[in-house]
Design a protein around this ligand. Sequence first.
Ligand code: ADP
Length: 257
Amino acid sequence: MIELNVAIKNKYYANSDQAVLAQLDFTVKPGEFVALIGPSGCGKSTLLNMISGLENCSGQHISYNENAYNERALQEEGESNKALHQLGYIFQQPRLMPWLTVRENIELILQPNQFHKIDDLLAQVGLANEGEYFPSQLSGGMQRRVSIARAFAINPQLLLLDEPFNSLDAPTAARLRQLLIDLCEQRGTTVVFVTHDLQEAVYLADRIIFMSDSPSTIVHQSIVDLPRPRKESGVSELAWQAKLLSKYPGLLAGQID
Ligand code: ADP
């Protein structure tokens, strides 16, 4: 299992003289599921892009605790694939290659000696019979399931998700949240999950980090001390949210006062 350490100070984009992120310091413990909530435009995607290395982070501190790396997975898959195992990223859109089948989309990120895993993965996301379909032949929810299978195909130690269930119908989103929990629990994945939905965060996360408007800082952190399995609209879950928001009414807008 892997630990993530983030210490960001004054992240600028080249075309702006105002920082997107002012200061963010946090650690995600091995196997912990952290949700990030903040107002639109506060820099949540920027932060995930920095953690993943898609966005420049020179001068910033973002590191994984490699010592916590899962040795068993390494032995099973071979030392040469170490880099591939560390990070999975599920974007807002499934980002499948439209000219490749479901199976080929997953093959794309694997070594040939790992292709044998694909049938099992597709079965786990409920797509055992759709491997030869093209993305255009699938519903939005099925495409998301392919993107989840693809992310888990590399057995990520750290998984980043950027509002992955937006714009899905409620039952499909609920099924995919449960699938995500099951896969992460099975594998001990360390997770950073961006959402604007407090109910979703309470259902999924061990801890919620609330960000301010840009230039953003962390305004509050809450441990979600509710037993699992949880319910999306369970009495305890709704009471937990209500208590938090009655104490900090501006929290979802990034304000603590
Ligand atoms: P969020 O995910 O919280 O909605 P983003 O990280 O997408 O926020 O964006 C934060 C701010 O950074 C926005 O003002 C956005 O316009 C700006 N931004 C994002 N990506 C870039 C980029 N590649 N170049 C310049 N500005 C960017």
